[in-house]
Design a protein around this ligand. Structure first.
Ligand SMILES: [Zn+2]
Length: 70
């Protein structure tokens, strides 16, 4: 009785084929361009004059790089 075996084997191969096709589809879905991440654009605002200078000197901005004339 090879009929039952053949049917099962055919089914197995069909399933394998389907799984391959299914896996083939997955990367295609990943290829969809993702929406660009929303990142706030850092505006180059001047730091507060009384804040520590961003240059890392430890001095106040107004006494360092924010000093008028420099
Ligand atoms: Zn500075």
């Amino acid at each position: 009785m090879a009929k039952g075996y053949d049917a099962g084997s055919e089914r197995f191969h069909e399933r394998e084929k389907r799984e391959k096709e299914y896996k083939k589809q997955l990367p295609g879905e990943d290829d969809e361009p993702l929406p660009p991440p929303v990142t706030p654009i850092e505006s180059e605002e001047k730091p507060n004059r009384n804040d520590p200078c961003p240059c890392g000197s430890g001095r106040k901005y107004k006494q360092c790089c924010g000093k008028p004339g420099t």
